[in-house]
Design a binder for this molecule. Structure first.
Ligand code: PGA
Length: 254
């Protein structure tokens, strides 16, 4: 059975004090509540990783970064390597988020390098893909996602690919309050899984967790997570309060 996962992407939000407070609250509520039916991952800014790693010790909550460098080390001012992330105690890294693709010129070839860097550093990449509204409306959505997934992931060996989590995040749904309908999500998740099946076989397709992201909230999470090919969510805005984030985590059942 593939993993069910709810991951919070804080983006560029929360000071260290605010982030610490949020993690404490999430931790406390999870410890006093029932065991979640999904794995929980928190992805704060780089600056918070090592302190949050300490706070999460002896919990089941995973920790991830939101980006990593393509290179291992060297003269790359301002960059943070996958190995540095791993050295904080984090186990995950988001790669190819649409905001990085759109605002920081992260092309498919760059995401491919980051995925390799992440896996070589022992991190699990959470690889994002998804079309813009214009791409959807012009009927290019499947071609765009296929190019992102195949260039980003299909040069990996089967063994390396087994470490990857995929997140389908339609760009038009991110931060807009307009989530994909269950039908739209299902259609794309089934498509992504079929790409994986063609490349790596049935076992890999069945074992890869494919998360949905884009205006996921406690109110729409139950219907999205009920889709057999949706294995959880990558949550932006709603991961910034413990109430909403845990409302989504418990959408998998208490
Ligand atoms: P959102 O963001 O939940 O605020 O739409 C999702 C994401 O960008 O990962």
């Amino acid at each position: 059975m593939r993993r069910k996962i709810v991951a919070g992407n804080w983006k560029m939000n929360k000071t260290l004090a605010e982030g610490t407070e949020l993690v404490q609250e999430i931790k406390q509520k999870l410890q006093s509540g029932s065991t979640p039916q999904a794995d929980v991952i928190i992805c704060p800014p780089f600056t918070h990783l090592s302190i949050v790693a300490d706070l999460l010790q002896s919990t089941n909550i995973g920790l991830g970064a939101q980006n990593c460098a393509t290179e291992v080390n060297g003269a790359y001012t301002g960059e943070v390597s996958a190995m540095m992330i791993s050295s904080t105690g984090a186990g995950y890294v988001i790669v190819g988020h649409s905001e990085r693709r759109a605002m920081f010129g992260e092309a498919n070839e760059i995401t491919a390098k980051k995925v390799v860097a992440a896996i070589q550093a022992g991190l699990t990449p959470i690889f994002c893909c998804g079309e813009t509204l214009a791409e959807r409306e012009s009927g290019q959505l499947f071609d765009v996602v296929k190019a992102q997934v195949s260039t980003g992931l299909f040069s990996l060996s089967a063994e390396m690919f087994a470490k990857v989590i995929v997140a389908y995040e339609p760009v038009w749904a991110i931060g807009t309050g307009l989530n994909a309908t269950p039908q739209q999500a299902e259609e794309m998740h089934v498509f992504i899984r079929s790409l994986i099946r063609n490349e790596f076989g049935e076992g890999a397709a069945e074992n890869t967790s494919i998360l949905y992201g884009g205006s996921c909230k406690p109110s729409n999470a139950p219907e999205l997570f009920a889709i057999p090919d949706v294995d959880g969510g990558l949550i932006g805005g709603a991961s910034l309060t413990a109430k909403d984030f845990l409302g989504i985590v418990y959408a998998f059942g208490q």
